[in-house]
Design a protein around this ligand. Structure first.
Ligand code: ATP
Ligand code: MG
Length: 225
């Protein structure tokens, strides 16, 4: 169980730590159950969180999912693979001097990049913003990174940029066990959601489902407020 020894979380985005008993936290736990069910046939150890467009709630979903899986007792690594507009370090209030990008260009070893948030939760931030994110994320080093961390952790969650804007998330998703599409109700156009789904499909991603963000109907397991 995560303890609140210090104030973590940006603008209350980490509801699963800050307000563990509220409805939103419950929805993240329901989402966790659904992912566990989706893992019955094939173990999902690496999971990409993405969405059609900017601001849909990818980072918020990735962060809270990582927390609830760690609260369940799983050893979780949360990786900021949004090398364009990284924000996991803001949410957890850690430094982002070095991170995934520094590892991928061979500048840093993995251990030196890990921030331990709690007993079961580690984070690797994005690191310096590189000029060529798709090259880094589609590289052999990235493939090896995913394979290594998947062996070391029970679950690795990747926060990524929007699918329709850049190829980054499809590149990462094609190398991971599963992907979730965050859809901001009332904001995302149905056609955009279909396009995003199609692009992930083309890349060979295993789309596990969609998370409807912003829907005021909390009874459904995939919804949260
Ligand atoms: N359901 C919600 N209710 C209220 N605010 C929300 C909700 N979902 C997301 N937000 C807010 O919207 C903003 C964008 O969320 P977030 O950073 O998670 O999106 P993102 O998809 O990662 O964005 P980007 O594409 O810029 O990386 C944040 O300020 C977040 O607090
Ligand atoms: Mg984000």
């Amino acid at each position: 169980m995560l303890k609140r020894k210090r104030k973590i979380g940006d603008r209350g985005n980490l509801v699963t730590i800050e307000r563990n008993n509220n409805q939103s936290s419950e929805q993240f736990r329901s989402l966790r159950s659904n992912i566990n069910f989706a893992s019955i046939n094939k173990d999902v150890k690496s999971l990409v969180i993405t969405s059609p467009s900017p601001g849909d709630g990818k980072t918020l979903t990735a962060s809270n999912l990582a927390v609830v899986f760690s609260q369940e007792g799983k050893r979780v690594l949360l990786v900021d693979a949004d090398l364009r507009k990284p924000s996991i370090h803001h949410i957890f209030r850690i430094t982002n001097n070095f991170g995934l990008s520094n590892y991928l260009i061979g500048q840093k070893d993995m251990e030196s990049l890990i921030s331990t948030i709690d007993f079961n939760l580690d984070i690797i931030p994005s690191g310096i913003i590189p000029p060529n994110p798709p090259e880094l994320l589609g590289s052999m080093q990235m493939k090896e990174f995913i394979s290594t961390v998947s062996d070391q952790y029970d679950l690795v969650v990747f926060d990524t940029p929007p699918v329709l804007a850049v190829t980054d998330s499809a590149l990462v998703a094609s190398q991971c066990d599963g992907a979730l599409l965050v859809v901001r109700t009332k904001k995302n156009d149905v056609k955009d959601v279909e396009k995003a789904k199609e692009q992930l499909g083309f890349s060979g991603a295993n789309l596990l489902g969609a998370v409807l963000n912003g829907k005021k109907e909390p009874k459904n397991n995939y919804y949260y407020k």
